[in-house]
Design a protein around this ligand. Structure first.
Ligand code: NAD
Length: 471
């Protein structure tokens, strides 16, 4: 059984979570589930560890984080296989993610001693300086789609800044989080600095959010859960960072190389089986390119290799659970009943596991549920537009504002549309949403705050202002 990690103790918790392997539908592991008392102990351990960890210099913390990064790199293949089996993602993607985890820890190990305060000229004279100080115990609550990547985006800057962490992974995917906790200890990071407590979100996650000794919650998950977390956090004016849902637009003007963009469009909506907050699941195509695009998009989508995550050729694995597959199937049916036309996909594979072939719905219009709601599965909806203004209006026409892409060879139009689209992240003539060195996060109901880059260090510290009277 995988046990909880609280301080330097491995605990059996209160009952067990059976983790299912999505590619087989069979049990993969038994994991201890934290009880409320375990959660309270984890917070107490983190509070105790904060007293010493926060006093270390950023250089000293950075050195330990470098060792942690090196250990992650040394165990990258093990982490990748664990993640591929637990989430069902293709092994090639999981390998990239394990490398990215090591790079992220390394980035913050090196960034934190370059995170300077200011010296400010105030009217009164004297000396006015700002300090960046850690917040205290930080609770991190993460989802199941990129378990080790999203945990690391939070824990690396949080630890670098001198906070201590209680990490609650999703019950479906707790395995790599527990392994990261072990590797941190092995790297010499003191016990209690990083605690890992799997358990049900509604009980253990909620208790972490409500805990008076937790200074901040870093959360990634559904918008509805984020709303509940923000309401609970308000009780103690607790800081919150929220990375929530998305329904990202892929805006395609007719002047582009349609074949190339169709390949990119397939990749950017069906990667991770569509279970990606940045999935470009609303494809907005200029009407004059619509037919050409659809032909290429369907061809590319039908050629995607759906299969065993551990097979090197696989491009799309199963969905995370039977429930997640049913949600996608239901949305396909809803889309048809709303008047959309299914062009391909939506088929289960004749094998165990939660496989579903990638589906394309054409004829999306504002007001349809499949156009406005996050599906979080391999379902793309295609819509058409006639003018630049209409493209912008459609792109901005949901409660979300996380990510998106824009394809055009007209530079001025690219600049105009890029500025008018209200998403936290937008890529022009590219599908990439994430750059370790640049801020990532959502506008509107896609979230609050930014991760990655130097911005994340601001999110895990408080600015203090100290004035010295010199006369
Ligand atoms: P979820 O909100 O159901 O769960 C996320 C985490 O919150 C889990 O660890 C869960 O146990 C916990 N949780 C659930 N209820 C809770 C509560 N009341 N209090 C405290 N914790 C609680 O989300 P999910 O289904 O695991 O993940 C999918 C969602 O995550 C999608 O909406 C997706 O868009 C979003 N997501 C966003 C980003 C981003 O960066 N914006 C990245 C990945 C995923």
């Amino acid at each position: 059984m995988y046990k909880l990690l609280i301080g330097d103790q491995r605990r059996t918790g209160n009952g067990a979570i059976t983790v299912i392997e999505p590619a087989t539908g069979q049990p993969l592991a038994e994991v201890a589930a934290a009880s409320p008392a375990d959660l309270d102990d984890a917070v107490a351990e983190a509070k105790r560890a904060f007293a010493t960890w926060s006093k270390l210099t950023p250089v000293a913390r950075g050195e330990m984080l470098y060792r942690f990064a090196e250990l992650v790199r040394a165990h990258a293949e093990e982490l990748a296989v664990l993640e591929a089996r637990n989430v069902g993602k293709p092994i090639a993607d999981a390998r990239w993610e394990a490398g990215h985890v090591a790079e992220t820890i390394r980035y913050y190990a090196g960034a934190v001693d370059k995170f300077f305060g200011h010296t400010i000229s105030v009217k009164k004279g004297g000396l006015d300086i700002t300090l960046h100080v850690p917040l205290g115990v930080v609770g991190l609550i993460v989802p199941w789609n990129f378990p080790m990547v999203i945990a690391t985006w939070k824990l690396a800057p949080a630890l670098a800044c001198g906070n201590t962490v209680v990490l609650k992974p999703a019950s479906l995917t707790p395995l790599t989080a527990l392994r990261l906790g072990e590797l941190a200890l092995e790297a010499g990071i003191p016990p209690g600095v990083l605690n890992v407590v799997p358990g049900p979100g509604g009980e253990i996650g909620q208790r972490l959010v409500a805990h008076p000794d937790v200074a901040k919650i870093g959360f990634t998950g559904e918008t509805a859960t984020g709303r509940a977390i923000m309401a609970t956090a308000a009780q103690h004016i607790k800081r919150v960072g929220l990375e929530l849902g998305g329904k990202s637009p892929n805006i395609i003007f007719a002047d582009v190389d349609v074949e190339l963009v169709a390949r990119e469009a397939a990749n950017s909506v069906f990667a991770n089986a569509g279970q990606d907050c940045c999935a470009r699941s609303r494809i907005l195509v200029e009407r004059t390119a619509h037919q050409r695009f659809l032909e290429a998009f369907v061809r590319v989508t039908e050629s995607l290799v759906v299969g065993d995550p551990l097979d090197e050729q696989t491009q799309m694995g199963p969905l995370i659970s039977a429930r997640q597959r049913e949600i996608s199937e239901t949305y396909i049916a809803v889309g048809q009943s709303e008047g959309a036309r299914q062009l391909c996909g939506g088929q289960r594979l004749p094998r165990p596991g939660f496989f579903l072939t990638p589906a394309i719905l054409d004829g999306g219009r504002p007001g349809m549920r499949v156009v406005e709601e996050e599906i979080f599965g391999p379902v793309a909806v295609v819509m058409t537009f006639d003018t630049e203004e209409e493209a912008i209006e459609l792109a901005n026409g949901t409660i979300y504002g996380l990510s998106g892409s824009l394809w055009t060879n007209d530079l001025k139009r690219g600049l105009r549309v890029a500025q008018a689209v209200r998403t936290g992240v937008l890529s022009v003539n590219s599908s990439t949403s994430v750059h370790l060195q640049a801020p990532f996060g959502g506008m509107k109901q896609s979230g609050l705050g930014r991760e990655l880059g130097m911005h994340a260090l601001e999110q895990y510290s408080e600015v203090r202002n100290i004035y010295f009277e010199t006369q």
